[in-house]
Design a protein around this ligand. Structure first.
Ligand SMILES: *Cc1c(COP(=O)(O)O)cnc(C)c1O
Length: 401
């Protein structure tokens, strides 16, 4: 393994909003010989993970698992449902929404991007208004990002569904949950989503390498007619093989061991408790940011992300210089600002395998880093976060809220 320095003692704090810290239980679960992916032992594993992952998406419908990063699952969602020249309506929440749009254009789709300021979530009313104008139903899909990882803004997906329905429009709803699944309450079936895209390395606490499409019956019907070229990504053969717990090609067996363990951990804690924990840590993080007198990038409190917090650097100070100081002094990686906000913000990931004291270590590293980097701020952010966590611990009902 490549190490830049001599061995730093203690664990690295990987506080970027994905990949996240992989828990020991998951690491151990993957540390087994790879087995025959056409044999009976694999079949049991295949059936288990396919059943487990549906619970995480809160769906009774098929979930397709790819040996790919989240970007592959984005492509799969588009090529399985759409045809060359189809119009797709997308919303500019930030960097990841922009990348998905660029991919749609590269694939020969005609994207329309409703502009955003990277500080708010999806404007469901704007989507509804645009669909209402589209009387000939030329728009075939609406694509939105649930948790915009570049900005720390979480959008209301149920509201997007209601807007599509209110416009009486048949467009498919495609949603990216790569940084929210397993951290933020997400309901594929209840919210009427047609394709939900996700990945392994964020809320699911796995290493990078597998990704998902949860699909609806309407999406499967669309896939039978869609004309974009697809071979590796095609749902049909995978869903067919999955019925018996197998894949049409070699699956990422060891990552599936990890997935099985990660799902066990999520279910042991209980998904509602997992979601409450993420909210609690996000709230304590915001208490710290306010304590430092710094600004949160997300401007709508109803859209604060439970998974990460993006912090605006005071004018004239580089977020990247600050992050470098934190890494060198405290062995902690914080998320960088991406594209439009490069150098202007830093992101604190508080998702995945995480507890109150991991959060306090993280925030202490940030506060010390701010001082070392001579970023103007008030001390007391860490104390404010401690107070927030202490208050939650003293009220178990609040912990579970
Ligand atoms: C991380 C992320 C992606 C990209 O996923 P990769 O696994 O890096 O391909 C896309 N969308 C969102 C919202 C993400 O957080």
């Amino acid at each position: 393994m490549i190490r830049l320095n001599s061995h730093p003692s203690g664990r690295h704090f990987l506080q970027i909003p994905g990949p996240t810290n992989v828990p020991d239980r998951v690491l151990r679960a993957m540390d087994y010989p790879t087995i025959d992916h056409r044999g009976p032992e694999f079949q049991q594993l295949g059936k288990k993970v396919l059943a487990d992952i549906r619970k995480v998406f809160q769906t009774a419908q098929p979930v397709v698992i790819y040996p790919a990063s989240g970007t592959g699952a984005w492509e799969a969602a588009l090529v399985n449902t759409l045809s060359p020249g189809d119009n797709v309506l997308m919303f500019e929440t930030g960097h990841f929404a922009s990348l998905w749009k660029r991919m749609a254009d590269k694939l020969g789709l005609v994207s329309e991007f409703l502009g955003g300021d990277w500080r708010h979530g999806v404007d469901a009313a704007a989507i509804g208004a645009r669909l209402a104008e589209d009387r000939n139903h030329t728009i075939k899909a609406v694509c939105v990002v649930h948790n915009e990882t570049s900005t720390g803004v979480t959008s209301d997906i149920a509201a997007v569904r209601r807007a599509i329905d209110a416009a009486n429009h048949p467009a498919l709803l495609l949603v990216d949950t790569i940084s929210s699944l397993g951290s933020v309450d997400y309901r594929h079936d209840e919210w009427g989503v047609d394709v939900t895209v996700s990945g392994s390395q964020k809320g699911l606490m796995l290493p990078p390498g597998i990704s998902f499409n949860a699909v609806s019956a309407k999406a499967i019907a669309a896939s039978a007619k869609s004309k974009l070229p697809k071979a590796f990504w095609g749902w049909d053969e995978i869903i067919e093989a999955n019925k018996n717990g197998f894949w049409p090609y070699t699956p990422a067996t060891n990552l599936l061991y990890g997935l099985s363990e990660a799902c066990d951990m999520l279910f042991e804690e209980g998904l509602p408790n997992v979601f409450a924990r993420h909210k609690r840590h996000a709230e304590a993080t915001r208490a710290a940011v306010h304590g430092w007198g710094l600004e949160i990038l997300c401007q709508n409190p109803a859209e604060y992300s439970p998974a990460l917090t993006a912090v605006v650097m005071p004018e004239g100070h580089s977020a990247d210089a600050f992050r470098k100081i934190v890494l060198e002094n405290f062995n902690m990686s914080l998320g960088q600002g991406l594209s439009k906000v490069s150098g202007k913000i830093f992101r604190i990931g508080h998702l995945g395998d995480f507890n109150d004291l991991t959060l306090m270590g993280t925030l202490a590293g940030v506060e010390m880093g701010l001082a070392l980097a001579k970023v103007p701020h008030q001390t007391g952010g860490v104390l404010a976060a401690m107070e927030s966590l202490r208050a939650a611990a003293a009220q178990p009902a609040l912990r579970a809220a």
